[in-house]
Ligand binder design. Structure first.
Ligand code: SF4
Length: 71
């Protein structure tokens, strides 16, 4: 699974960092979420899916194209 942030949508709510702190952080400058691991390791996938679910503006974009084995 791959993950990216639609930075123009992100309002810096920080929900994603709370549930998946190994994958997301927030910019010190403007609070916009930043992806630490674009290729999400299997152990972090549940947390990343949860983050995408709870992001209030739908700014977390998931791509499962390469995740067939674990899907
Ligand atoms: S949960 Fe969504 S709006 Fe909040 S910081 Fe993460 S990407 Fe941005």
């Amino acid at each position: 699974m791959k993950v990216s942030i639609a930075a123009e949508r992100c309002i810096g709510a920080g929900n994603c960092v709370e549930v998946a702190s190994r994958v997301f952080t927030q910019s010190d400058k403007d609070g916009i979420a930043v992806v630490l691991k674009e290729d999400v390791p299997p152990e972090d996938q549940d947390a990343v899916e949860q983050a995408a679910d709870i992001c209030p503006v739908g700014a977390i974009l998931l791509s499962r194209a390469q995740a067939a084995a674990g899907a």
